[in-house]
Design a binder for this molecule. Structure first.
Ligand SMILES: NC(=O)c1ccc[n+]([C@@H]2O[C@H](COP(=O)([O-])OP(=O)(O)OC[C@H]3O[C@@H](n4cnc5c(N)ncnc54)[C@H](OP(=O)(O)O)[C@@H]3O)[C@@H](O)[C@H]2O)c1
Length: 307
């Protein structure tokens, strides 16, 4: 038996194609999940080419669906539970996932919305937590139009921070004031006052400028590098009163934080914005839109097989 999946296919455009993988078997501490929706991340596009996921293996990190078999020892969600997951190989009709990477989705939260949460939501939630976001802090979010950015704006605003959302054009900034941004700026030239925290997702010159804007004692969370451009710091840019550049990566044991994210959505305190949605058979279109900076928030796939 086999399961359909979006796999690494070196012969395909983007290195991604629909294919078949062996049916997953749940190991100790794992649940089997039928995936109904999944969301696309830059990491998936990179993983199709960088060797992290081998040829023929399924891509993907973010998905939501229904448990079809609970963990053998009874831990984690039981069969029939609606769940969100953050795990390698998420782009498959059926996946075996550690219970530590799964959270139940409350009634009232759609599975498509839940699938839009993991990678980007975890990065926003955890980077702001590490930076000790608090009322009155000035928080700069770069790439605020994107997946991580739109969550970071909402979560920082909810924490009582003064939020400055930086985007590439006025059109890309639409909706961010409603999402909680106190200021929406195009680029960084109009940010005149120092900031305490940066959630930095663009890299390159944005990283250099954001570092210069960071106040003494501040924390720059280097979450991503969507621009792919090099960062060239002028001499002595890193010399002065102490402030911190913190590298960030999502760790997989995410159950508690996934549960927090879906609870925030259930409470109406966090809104997953889905800027592209369609069948996973249209993955090339979604990848093109993500690369072309045409996705507002997240791109979400529907897997018709279990619908
Ligand atoms: N470390 C981790 O664990 C982790 C977790 C999640 C994401 N990430 C990384 O964080 C970055 C952002 O992820 P995301 O999901 O928020 O991506 P996204 O939805 O595509 O958002 C990225 C934003 O960056 C802005 N941008 C500015 N210059 C760009 C350029 N030259 N090319 C492309 N985008 C540019 C775009 O905003 P404008 O169009 O408004 O300019 C875009 O909306 C990616 O590098 C991703 O790999 C890392």
């Amino acid at each position: 038996m086999s399961t359909r999946a979006l796999i690494v296919d070196p012969s395909a455009p983007d290195g991604i194609g629909l294919g078949e993988v062996a049916d997953p078997v749940a190991g100790p501490g794992q649940v089997l999940i039928d995936v109904l929706h999944a969301s696309l991340n830059y990491a998936d596009l990179n993983n199709a080419r960088n060797g992290r996921v081998p040829a023929g293996a399924p891509l993907g990190l973010d998905a939501a669906g229904v448990v079809v078999q609970g963990a053998a020892e009874g831990s984690g969600p039981a069969a029939g539970t609606r769940v969100v997951l953050f795990a390698d190989g998420a782009f498959a009709e059926r996946v075996a996932v550690d219970v530590s990477a799964v959270a139940e989705v409350p009634d009232g939260v759609g599975l498509a919305e839940a699938a839009a949460l993991p990678t980007a939501g975890l990065a926003a939630l955890r980077s702001l937590r590490t930076a000790a976001v608090a009322p009155g802090k000035r928080v700069l979010v770069t790439g605020a139009s994107g997946g991580v950015g739109r969550y970071a704006v909402q979560l920082a605003a909810r924490a009582g921070a003064h939020v400055i959302a930086s985007v590439g054009s006025p059109a890309r900034g639409e909706g961010l004031a409603d999402a909680g941004a106190d200021e929406v700026v195009v680029g960084l030239d109009d940010v005149k006052e120092p900031v305490d925290i940066v959630v930095e997702t663009v890299g390159g010159p944005h990283l250099v400028t954001a570092w210069a804007l960071l106040a003494p004692g501040g924390s720059l969370q280097s979450v991503g590098w969507a621009s792919g451009e090099p960062a060239v710091f002028p001499p002595y840019a890193t010399v002065g009163p102490p402030k911190t550049l913190v590298s960030y990566v999502n760790e997989f044991a995410a159950a508690a934080d996934l549960a927090e994210l879906v609870r925030l959505v259930a409470d109406g305190a966090l809104v997953p914005e889905i800027g592209w949605r369609g069948s996973w058979e249209r993955f090339a279109e979604a990848a093109d839109a993500l690369r072309g900076r045409r996705v507002t928030g997240k791109a979400v796939f529907d897997l018709e097989s279990h619908a």
